[in-house]
Design a protein around this ligand. Sequence first.
Ligand code: TRP
Ligand code: SF4
Length: 328
Amino acid sequence: MAKGTILSGMRPTGRLHIGHLSVLENWVRLQEEYKCYYTIVDWHALTTAYQESESIKNNIREMLVDWLAAGLDPEKSTIFVQSHVHQHAELHLMLSMITPLSWLERVPTYKDQVQQLGKMGKDINTYGFLGYPLLQAADILIYRANAVPVGEDQLPHLELCREIARRFNHLYDREVFPEPQAMLSRVKLLPGVDGRKMSKSYLNIISLAAEQDEIRKQVNAMVTDPKRIRKTDPGNPDVCVVDKYHSIYTSGEHEDIRQQCRKGAIGCVQCKKRLAEVLEEQQAPIRERRNQYLNNPGYLDDILAEGAKAAREAAEETMELVREAVGI
Ligand code: TRP
Ligand code: SF4
């Protein structure tokens, strides 16, 4: 089996949207070839949401349901909640001893985020938030993972993780940790319905749980070519959000739709209607699976309990090596 070990995680900060599907599809494929650990990182959520922590538990459940509905299989992968495996915290602590403060302070997004969130009234000038990438390194190193499927935004965190692995191995003179590689996948980047970045707080997403009405409403809200007044006016699909979605979801008809748009042969109403149909076709089975899982809370608890048990065993093996290397 297994070309190696993979770990990846997501913060339970809210419902997933259809833009996350291509990330999950990638995770699903990797299950066939690697030993995969997929974790819902609730401690990471707490670094920024410590003042509104009451929603984290429910978000974990929703996220698990989204993952399963997208095809993650607990028979193939170890699926668990970060805080259920205390070894992550122990390794984080041990690594904190050898991590120069400057390495954390110079992570490119760090100061930026403290400022950005500060403006929104969130004080993340905390020890926990500074340690965010180190906790992430612990998540990865505790399974001695070889590869980490992530988006480009996470590359600095991965670089830090590798530096820490090297430093540990060097300081204690043994190869406890392999240096994990980032695995960038071609994720299809979708804008939100208003053309801005997809974000829950902009209300511009289509969630994985969206019912048909919601899908239609959001497709109708998509920004089209503003210069097009009548449906016979020639349009410019390049400035239209609907077109970006067609390129992904209606790929077989996409070129045709673009030509018709340019010629003024298709109206925006009809064009959106087609997109809403295709999206609904894709989402209906996912939504159905979500509902089945949500109606079966015992099953969800079992998955997380078994996942945590398997993860703890693997994590404890690493911790034994770590304690021995350090000599405590
Ligand atoms: N920082 C990651 C993100 O925001 C989440 C994360 C935490 C993670 N631990 C991880 C991703 C370990 C990959 C591996 O998306
Ligand atoms: Fe956009 Fe379709 Fe309207 Fe063209 S016809 S502007 S692609 S919605």
